[in-house]
Design a protein. Structure first.
Length: 316
């Protein structure tokens, strides 16, 4: 059976209840929420029925145990997770502004989040889907392990999927830009947001950018539009999925949830249309709950959400 794996940060997140505080004013926070883009993605992929393996690190502390318990309960393989007794689990703090922008403070470097080993003999490179979240490439220690895995799996005939997540602060680092370009060149599925396209290919229209990306190894391009839905291009077809009207509580992790759903279904043989429909719904569900992994969902919840959406569209 095809297995989906990720290599990268595992952490917990605390979310401010006070908007516009800039993480500098006293206020109430919720947490610790299990988090980390690769972990959110893989948790959703497992909930959608895929066989998975998480490769990363946590501390031997309450935060680490909370994340591992969540991943294990949701069916994520955790044999590749290193537990470090002398290092703490990575932590992030986030606050929101009324315009939807966010402030993050991350404590990852020199924590258990970037001190782990690539496991041996638990992955078959030829049958793996390896997902890369480009945000993980910003950490030098994780970057080395991610790129080693990408090159091994690509050479063995496995498949690479990538969320470019081209944050400007990351793209100022030449090493990150070079590694992201290498990953994108060998990925069979790319899932950029519209802002990623604008940053990575600023002189191209969206259609031209898609054509440019398809000239490499990519067979499937997914354009994530946030509340505007998504577009999937592949197999000679273009599929547009409109956004769903929901009340947004916390958008963090929604793109990872979308990607986890989409790649999980592709790995299980679903069509691009079915994978797109369900991923689009999963992303909408994700923003309705506080906490980056709290909005992850399974097939039954997605089916119920889509049934409600269809009933609202039906004429009275």
């Amino acid at each position: 059976m095809t297995k989906i794996a990720t290599v990268g940060e595992i952490l917990v997140e605390f979310v401010s209840h006070r908007p516009n505080c800039g993480l500098q004013q006293i206020g109430d926070y919720s947490g610790p929420y299990p988090s980390g883009a690769p972990a959110i993605f893989l948790d959703q992929a497992a909930r959608m029925g895929a066989t998975t393996e998480m490769i990363g690190g946590v501390g031997d502390d309450g935060f680490g145990r909370a994340v591992l318990q969540r991943l294990s309960e949701d069916g994520v393989g955790i044999r590749g997770v290193t537990t470090s007794s002398g290092l703490s689990t990575g932590v992030a703090f986030v606050s929101y502004y009324d315009d939807g922008s966010r402030d993050f403070i991350f404590h990852l470097t020199n924590t258990a989040a970037d001190h782990f080993q690539l496991p041996k003999n638990i992955l078959d490179p030829a049958t793996i889907y390896l997902h890369v979240s480009a945000a993980s490439l910003g950490n030098a220690a994780m970057r080395e392990m991610i790129m080693s895995s990408v090159r091994e799996i690509d050479a063995a005939g496995g498949k690479i999927t990538c969320d470019p997540n081209a944050r400007p602060e990351l793209m100022r680092d030449a090493a990150v830009r070079d590694c992201l370009a290498e990953v994108m060149d060998c990925a069979f599925c790319l899932m950029p947001s519209t802002s990623d396209l604008e940053f990575l290919l600023p002189n191209l229209s969206e259609d031209a950018a898609i054509e440019h990306l398809l000239k490499a190894k990519a067979e499937v391009i997914v354009i994530k539009r946030g509340a505007g839905g998504a577009t999937v291009v592949g197999n000679g077809e273009r599929l547009d999925f409109p956004g769903h009207a929901v009340i947004e509580v916390d958008p963090t992790g929604a793109g990872d949830c979308f990607g986890g759903t989409f790649v999980s279904l592709l790995a299980q043989g679903a069509s691009l249309r079915d994978a797109g429909v369900q991923a689009n719904a999963a992303g909408a569900i994700a923003v309705t709950r506080r906490g980056p992994m709290e909005g992850n969902s399974g097939p039954a919840e997605i089916a119920a959400f889509l049934n409600r959406a269809r009933s609202k569209e039906a004429p009275v």
